[in-house]
Ligand binder design. Sequence first.
Ligand SMILES: Cc1ncc(COP(=O)(O)O)c(C=O)c1O
Length: 374
Amino acid sequence: MKLFDVYPLYDINPIYGDDVWIYDKKGEKYLDLYGGHAVISIGHNCSEFTDALKNQIEKLVFYSNAVENDLQREFANQLGIVSGLKHHSLFLCNSGAEAVENALKLASFHTHKERIVAFKNGFHGRTSAAVAASDFELIKSDLNKQHHVDFVDLEDFEGLFATFDKEDVAACIIEPIQGVGGLDQPSEHFFKTIEKLCKENGSCLIVDEIQSGCGRTGRYFAHQHYDIRPDLITIAKGIGNGFPVGGVIIDNKIKARYGLLGTTYGGNHLACSAGISVLNVLSRLQLMDKIPELETHFRNRASKISSIKKVKGRGLMLGLEFDFEVSKLRENLLYKCNIFTGGSSNKKLLRILPPLTLQVKHIDQLFSSLEQLL
Ligand SMILES: Cc1ncc(COP(=O)(O)O)c(C=O)c1O
């Protein structure tokens, strides 16, 4: 059997990871400034993390959600403490798209409405309603297009008011910093207007923190830089540091009932061990506290390169916008300088999503390489 060919592949085969480094089959060492798409938070092969997984594997890999699981309670409790959302609830699943799908479904259950308001250039995953709420037509099938979704430009207040006039809005979903779309962010005024419209219309505000969460911007959640209180927050990627973990954080005004949501694998023993260990390492190494200084250093180095027109994003969710398309530069960084970076739907943007264990010297390595290549 061959693989279903849906990914254009780089000719690199990683077999070993160590903190911010990846080693391939040929013994080449790469600086990972992409974290496998914002997934690696506490670094590759962090020993506390791998020990937690090994330890759990030797005890119990899986049992179903029909029985008590202390690890789920411990994970939820610690997530509440680290994120400051102690009075919310947690539903665990396995991926980002699944988290978004469940959040949208929950919003519709709660409001008895069905329209979704989403934003141009937003990305929320590839399952049914999640992809319908993503502004990328090429990845939607006819089946996905049956959902009722209105797309509004960030900062288009008029468009926002017009869509809420329809009165059947179950949820408005937004990334605090757009990932795949190219690191645009709503202003605080726009974000607060969305929050207000959701409240006035009895709609749910869903903040998608799948890429921007887990401390990546210096606060546990990116929306916490603003004074915003979402009804639902979707999480995945960094919370499992490579182990598939997804979840929805739910405001206590949304009530649970048996059968409302469900999953076989979500919140399994290994996933919870991974999640707890990420939270422990994040707190013990005080990784979030170090991020503002790293961002400042990054911006300083970027300001010295004339072809960089703008630095976008926040914390360690950053983008360098050049005055030319960057696909060749990305390839050169990878093949000539052994540095992984990312692209986005903005072809002039180089995306930087490193492990949160990044140090100043790694930022210097990127900029020295860029100076050499440009
Ligand atoms: C903001 C955001 N939401 C949702 C998803 C979907 O996550 P997953 O690929 O785990 O389904 C992604 C993935 O890139 C994302 O960036």
